[in-house]
Design a protein around this ligand. Structure first.
Ligand code: FES
Ligand code: FE2
Length: 469
């Protein structure tokens, strides 16, 4: 492995279709850390071995060395609104119980009975105790052992020493993250710039308005990789997408976190500016008008889209319109920079958490391996809308559970035009999975772009580091 030294061209744009970094200078809040704090780490030139996408030894090592040692986005507080509520969080062969043990207290446990190991929680549940269906041992929501039928036969066990085996749980922005490694750095350290950059996005005061959990026929890493680059946008999502967003002008950042370990990647793709791949007659004005019409249809269906004034800054008008919509529908004064209202910035926390800093597509994603098959994974996608200010918190949507053959484009109309976009990504994930298997065994590795795939390269450098420990 060699360290990157060659000068990298940071995107492809021109005067009519500027790079994201130049558009950000025109932002009405261009002094915000979201814009001023760029991630300057240049990753190593990693081209990775395709076996990691299907080989069972890789999968077993990943589970031990990465998934059990990193922060996993297991649930949101609103999924378990009342004391005694709990949900399972499955992570490859492992599983955990996420429990609300008090009005403002949460616990996580290995999802395995202390008696003979049965799984305790397989669906969302409520109740005063967590009860094993096999012989009926019971624990309180805080994990304390409360009942053993025929306790006389287990004289060594007490409420104190018979508790469920706990794993670390830490909270940020309404998310419940868990980590099975007692020695791992804190969640706060690992989140790096995220809490500061997401401060005005106010993740805590959002709720899950749509949630999709789908089984996909690909390795979990293939599932998440499309979200680490916008290089795929023109080909995968077609000419309409290319006329709407500047995929080639995307800004990529890699940040160091509090531990000095580099854990956060970001890709920020501007909207309202055509891709350099889009025919030259497509203008920023046309792009901005399409954006307003699309976002109005998706997020504010009762609105009549406005028309952009071609003599004024087009992206500023998009942002002003979206600020007004947020005020009208959520009673929110959005203090974020314009880019948060108009664009999509995907923050990637190693190994499998993605957070969109975007009022346009306010999503979170996580990709987790299938329990036994390295060529399958689960995606858990949430749309996180703001809770309307001054009104009761809306309830969290229950997940729409989709099997391998179920199409997001058919089963999730709530995602509007985005359902097709997500399905286009998923269709290609399945092709990638089949293709890495079919590659020439004498040359079975990737060949990555220097700039547009640097978050991917960085992810794989971090992966190699964990796997070599
Ligand atoms: S296996 Fe759980 S009570 Fe026996
Ligand atoms: Fe995509």
């Amino acid at each position: 492995m060699t360290v990157q030294t060659r000068k990298i061209q940071e995107g492809f744009g021109n005067a009519a279709r500027p790079l994201a970094k130049d558009l950000l200078k025109l932002d009405s809040r261009s002094d915000d850390p979201i814009i001023t704090e760029t991630g300057n780490h240049i990753p190593e030139r990693v081209n990775f071995d395709f076996r990691q996408y299907y080989d069972r030894d890789y999968a077993a090592a990943e589970y031990e060395k990465i998934l059990l040692k990193t922060w996993q986005m297991a649930a949101r507080e609103e999924d378990i609104p009342n004391v005694g509520n709990r949900v399972p969080f499955d992570l490859g062969p492992g599983s955990f119980i996420i429990s609300r043990s008090g009005p403002d207290e949460f616990k996580a446990f290995f999802n395995s009975c202390r008696h003979r190991g049965a799984m305790l929680c397989t669906k969302k549940e409520a109740g005063e105790t967590i009860k094993c269906p096999v012989h009926g041992w019971e624990w309180k929501p805080n994990g304390k052992l409360s009942k053993i039928p025929g306790w006389w036969d287990f004289p060594d066990l007490t409420p104190k020493n018979g508790g469920l085996r706990e794993v670390r749980l830490e909270r940020w922005g309404g998310f419940l993250f868990i980590n099975a490694d007692p020695d791992a750095p804190s969640l706060k350290d690992e989140l790096g710039v995220i809490p500061e950059h997401f401060a005005s996005f106010d993740m805590e005061n959002r709720y899950t308005s749509v949630r999709i959990r789908k089984l996909i026929r690909c390795n979990w890493k293939i599932g998440q990789e499309p979200f680490q680059e916008s290089y795929h946008v023109t080909e995968t999502h077609g000419p309409f997408a290319a006329s709407l967003v500047g995929d080639t002008q995307t800004q990529y950042d890699i940040y160091k976190n509090g531990q000095g370990h580099v854990g956060i990647g970001r890709n920020l793709t501007p909207s309202g500016v055509p891709s350099m791949n889009s025919p030259s007659e497509n203008t920023m004005v046309a792009s901005a008008n399409m954006w307003i019409a699309g976002i109005a249809h998706f997020l504010y269906p009762d609105e009549t889209p406005i028309q952009i004034d071609p003599t004024q800054d087009t992206r500023r008008q998009m942002a002003d319109w979206h600020r007004a919509m947020q005020k009208k529908y959520y009673n929110r004064e959005v203090t974020s920079p314009d880019t948060v209202l108009t664009d999509v910035a995907v923050y990637f926390l190693f190994p499998n958490t993605l957070l969109h800093l975007s009022e346009m597509l306010p999503y979170s994603w996580s990709f987790t391996p299938h329990a036994t098959d390295p060529e399958m994974c689960y995606v858990d996608l949430r749309m996180l809308l703001p809770c309307p200010v001054g009104q009761p918190r809306p309830p969290a949507a229950e997940p729409i559970i989709l099997d391998v053959a179920d199409k997001v484009s058919e089963k999730a109309p709530q995602l509007d035009f985005q359902a097709n976009v997500v399905q286009e990504d998923i269709d290609n994930m399945e092709l990638l999975q089949r293709g890495v298997r079919a590659s020439d065994p004498r040359n079975h590795h990737s060949h990555l772009g220097l700039y547009q795939e640097m978050v991917l390269r960085h992810w794989h450098a971090t992966y190699d580091d964990y796997m070599s420990r």
